[in-house]
Design a protein around this ligand. Sequence first.
Ligand SMILES: [Zn+2]
Length: 194
Amino acid sequence: MTENLIGEAHRPGRIEVVCGSMFSGKTEELIRRMKRAKFAKQKVEIFKPALDTRYSEEDVVSHDQNSIRSTPIESSGSILLLASDIDVVGIDEAQFLDNGLVEVCNELANRGVRVIVAGLDMDYKGVPFGPIPALCAIADEVTKVHAICVKCGSVAYVSHRLVNNDKRVLLGEKDEYEPLCRECYQKAILNEKS
Ligand SMILES: [Zn+2]
């Protein structure tokens, strides 16, 4: 099937992953793609883990207030039940979902659904996060987005945690994390140890 000029015509099922550190614009990119699909009269819906309650329960909020409905879910299995008549399924903050998400995305894509997954590729220690690495492996297309290092202005690589807390899941905003490049991250870690 050929694409139309804006590239949003119905296409066979596929998996797209948008990953990167915090403040890299993952959610913005997810919403951008979802909006284009919506303009093309596709049925779209975003799912996100129920634990991410930083924004409104019902909507993924974007900066221009033009939000797309989102549904909080407890586990990846819920997506299969809730997305039965959806053309384009978006999944935000996917790093917090269980590893079953990999099979769920495959199943949806096999059914002809376009799946767009956004999530953190690494946790605050630089360790691959949840189902994202496996999703990158099976995806048709992976987009890695980058924040800017707050220390030196080069491309950031990790979301360095500023508060002293070893929990892997710590929902944060600008006070708790800073994007750092590899070099500045190494320096920061050394300083914390000394
Ligand atoms: Zn730097």
